[in-house]
Design a protein around this ligand. Structure first.
Ligand SMILES: N[C@@H](CCC(=O)N[C@@H](CS)C(=O)NCC(=O)O)C(=O)O
Length: 238
């Protein structure tokens, strides 16, 4: 028997500008009550015993649902969207459109996100060998360029990831559009006009502005100047 009350008590564990920004946005879009707790990755809080009890992977996001914990961005996005079907944050289960949403989210979590990780933190794959680390970084750049081109191709004919309406997939894509401006990437980003147009639409949403402001209040991070104009002067510490 399911004893979780509805709506359940929801607490998101997140880190500013991390992939947890996607479920953070979707929580805001859901209209549900929730708490958001930042995890200080820089101070190693995600590797502390308390956090590892919540999420043995030592990563954000994690979502406390009453007494239970759910991890993995795609699982959180799916669960949250299904809590509020009337908001149409994902297509109905059992439809091809729903499978398309999972196709996108799997691609993001298994190709786009790891490519960034290989460039930002090549030592997490390359270990102690400087040659291996450098090789991971370079291969990561190649994979990232390929993944960004794939995003652009997949968006062909669509305004949003799934067509003409905003969905949780767009929140997920938005995070990695922000990351594409990071100076640490060390390579020129490919043409991404469709991705840019999508990100700009997402940026117009009140939920996104609110959540980004909350996260930047915890730890300032720079936004692409194309979003902010002259107001992009916050110190980058992500
Ligand atoms: N597959 C996981 C990946 C989560 C992940 O790698 N999160 C990053 C932030 S974007 C993190 O917590 N990194 C800390 C670390 O790996 O030490 C998901 O999609 O939720």
């Amino acid at each position: 028997m399911n004893t979780t009350p509805f709506p359940p008590e929801l607490t998101l564990y997140y880190s500013p500008k991390a992939c947890s920004l996607a479920p953070h946005i979707v929580l805001e879009e859901s209209g549900l009550r929730y708490s958001a707790r930042s995890v200080n990755i820089r101070a190693g809080e995600h590797r502390g015993a308390d956090y590892l009890l919540l999420n043995p992977s030592g990563t954000v996001p994690s979502l406390a649902i009453g007494e239970q914990i759910l991890t993995e961005s795609q699982a959180l996005l799916t669960y949250l969207a299904d809590l509020v079907p009337e908001r149409e944050l994902l297509p109905r289960p059992g439809t091809l459109a729903r499978a398309r949403a999972h196709e996108w989210m799997n691609f993001i979590s298994s190709s786009l996100h790891p490519a960034y990780r290989a460039v930002f933190r090549p030592q997490s794959y390359g270990g102690d060998s400087p040659e291996a680390v450098e090789s991971v970084r370079v291969r990561g750049q190649e994979r990232l360029l390929h993944a960004l081109k794939t995003v652009e191709q997949r968006l062909s004919g669509n305004i949003y990831a799934l067509g003409n309406a905003f969905s949780a997939v767009d929140a997920y894509l938005f995070v990695f559009y922000l990351w594409s401006f990071d100076e640490r990437l060390g390579c020129e980003m490919p043409e991404r006009s469709r991705y840019r147009a999508l990100a700009h639409l997402v940026w117009q949403r009140n939920s996104v502005r609110k959540v980004v402001a909350r996260e930047r209040g915890v730890r300032p991070y720079e936004l692409p100047i194309e979003f902010t104009g002259a107001d992009a002067s916050t110190t980058e510490v992500a």
